[in-house]
Design a protein around this ligand. Structure first.
Ligand code: ATR
Length: 275
């Protein structure tokens, strides 16, 4: 008798997650027999829920907000990416052990470089925000050898901690939103704040946008996010929401779990249509 392998996404709240749809489309496309569940788990229940999923034969989990940092404590082994990011979004259960990986950074890179055709080598990059999302993307971006990477944040201390943490890996600096020099021009501006969740468009440094700037919001939504609206209003050549990163990070997880790399373009197209 063949059993169906079980996967899922754990978060709180998690009802809005598109991961089940994406993974079902990947499974259909690649002919893989699996099921993928939505698992709403509060922070205090995280450890119990992960262990129970493991004990009952689950094969893998995606981990989303707010559990990505906490879950690394439950991992027996961590990839270099997950340990550098201090967070994991993909768990694999094998031989009684939990392997933690972080596919967010590579998902973003694949969207930027392959789907959007951006050259990151030699680019000037500005990241807005200095929370968990930023921590996961700084190292992968620095690997692409940009000329500069500035982290701007409402709270300077948090941006400075991250800049210090990654200083050995590349040319990274920190400042407040309002301290981005007006003379600075960026090829890529990434919104990694959670401000849009509350519908806010914080006092982002408008002067940083010039012709040719790609504005990328890690958030995505049915309608343009506050950041993408703001970017368009400032004259950004291109303003993109994070649908591509979402699908690409999922494809990386799928590849880790199933050893097959699904094609992302048709799934991305379908996600945007159904959005
Ligand atoms: P995540 O894991 O999504 O990055 P987080 O770790 O709570 O979430 O970080 C949220 C980020 O969004 C922080 O950079 C936060 O700024 P502070 O460090 O100053 O708190 C930023 N942020 C959230 N709401 C914001 C707002 N209304 N205006 C500006 N920045 C905001």
């Amino acid at each position: 008798m063949t059993t169906t392998d079980r996967y899922g996404v754990m978060g709180y709240p998690v009802s809005h997650s598109r991961s089940p749809v994406i993974h079902r489309l990947f499974a259909l496309q690649t002919g893989q027999n699996l099921q993928y569940e939505l698992l709403q788990v509060t922070p205090e229940k995280l450890s119990v829920a992960v262990r129970q999923f493991q004990r009952t034969g689950g094969k893998g989990l995606n981990i989303t907000v707010p559990h990505k940092a906490e879950v690394i404590k439950l991992c027996d082994q961590l990839s270099e990416r997950a340990s550098t990011a201090g967070a994991a979004n993909t768990l694999t259960f094998r031989d009684g052990e939990i392997f933690g990986e972080n596919t967010d950074g590579i998902g973003l890179l694949r969207d930027l470089v392959i789907n959007l055709g951006i050259t990151l080598e030699g680019a000037n990059i500005l990241i807005l925000g200095a929370g968990g999302a930023t921590r996961g993307i700084v190292a992968p971006l620095l690997e692409m050898q940009p000329t500069s990477l500035r982290i701007a944040n409402r709270t300077l201390d948090k941006a400075q901690v991250l800049a210090d943490r990654f200083a050995r890996s590349g040319p990274v600096t920190a400042c407040r939103f309002n301290m981005v020099p007006v003379s600075d021009k960026y090829d890529l501006i990434i919104n990694a704040t959670s401000a849009g969740v509350a519908g806010d468009a914080p006092p982002y440094p408008a002067a940083a946008i010039s012709r040719g700037t790609l504005c990328y919001d890690l958030s995505y939504g049915l309608k343009p996010t506050p950041f993408s609206q703001w970017a368009r209003a400032q004259g950004a050549e291109k303003s993109v929401m994070g649908w591509g990163m979402l699908v690409e990070q999922a494809a990386e997880s799928f590849h880790i779990w199933r050893g097959v790399r699904p094609e992302t373009a048709p799934v991305l197209k379908q996600m945007k249509i159904s959005a």
